[in-house]
Design a protein around this ligand. Structure first.
Ligand SMILES: [Cu+2]
Length: 273
């Protein structure tokens, strides 16, 4: 399972998608990479590039190389999915992890900015496989797009969800884990100047109930600091009345929750009357 899928609220960066050639080197008393994701049926090669003898043992994964002298290698082809930690029994501090999937899908780590697509990439068992991208809608996986896998089984989809969405890839009866795509809400800020300055922020799509902060820019520290807290009402709006004796740069931040990333308004300058 992609670790991201079962931890809502964490950034949707998955593991690196499985490489077309899966080689784990031992340049010294370490495995490189330490963590590798592969597909069922893809051979994995451990290669001893060190001057010492090493071995690879994973009781849970049935991986057992025996001693590998300098320059020797060992090939293992996983037949079941799972996460398999392994060690060198000669140097138990040498630890690695092999993750085996039926089908892999991952999203860019950064949340989607308004109007910008997120690229979902993955690896199917073979080039030419038809990959169906499905999206979770009210508890049901609904087909969203189809594509043929390219060389090495690699494929990519560009998605542009308006609200936080979870996707998965399907090839025949193989199904990837779900990948969550976060969305950054658009936050607009209107200023009404009177006896007090009233700032009215609106978040789209609606973030009704979300926590917000009014933030002030502190030049000496080159940073924004929270000066007031609030919540968006049922119309996804919040107002802050501000009385100021100095010129200030203010903005409103809508805090991340429910699959949304933080959203920030453009800054406004407020002056004393
Ligand atoms: Cu070793």
């Amino acid at each position: 399972m992609l670790p991201v899928a079962d931890m809502p609220g964490t950034p949707p960066h998955g593991p690196a998608a499985p490489a077309a050639t899966n080689v784990i080197s031992m340049p010294g008393k370490a495995f490189a990479p330490r963590d590798l994701a592969v597909l069922i049926g893809q051979p994995v090669t451990w290669r001893n590039d060190d001057t010492s003898t090493h071995d690879i043992l994973s009781r849970s994964g049935g991986i057992e190389s025996g001693f590998l002298g300098p320059g020797a290698s060992y090939v293992f082809t996983p037949s079941v999915g799972g996460v398999f930690p392994y060690i060198c029994t000669i140097h138990p501090q040498m630890q690695g992890r092999l993750r085996v999937y039926g089908l892999a899908l991952e999203a860019a780590a950064a949340p989607r900015l308004p109007g910008r697509p997120t690229v979902l990439s993955g690896v199917a068992p073979a080039a030419g496989d038809e990959v169906v991208l499905t999206r979770l809608e009210a508890g049901v996986w609904v087909p969203d797009a189809r594509i043929r896998a390219g060389g090495g089984g690699r494929f990519t989809f560009a998605v542009l969800p308006a609200t936080p969405s979870t996707y998965r890839a399907e090839v025949g009866d193989r199904v990837s884990d779900g990948v969550a795509v976060r969305v950054v809400p658009r936050v607009t800020l209107r200023v009404r100047r009177g006896a007090k300055v009233v700032l009215e922020a609106t978040a789209t799509p609606s973030r009704a109930g979300a926590r917000v902060r009014l933030e002030r820019y502190v030049r000496e520290r080159f940073t924004w600091v929270p000066v007031r807290a609030g919540r968006l009402d049922e119309r996804s709006r919040v107002t802050f009345a501000v009385r100021t004796t100095v010129r200030q740069r203010l903005r409103v931040r809508v805090l991340a929750s429910r699959g949304y990333a933080d959203g920030r308004s453009a800054p406004v300058v407020v002056r004393p009357r």
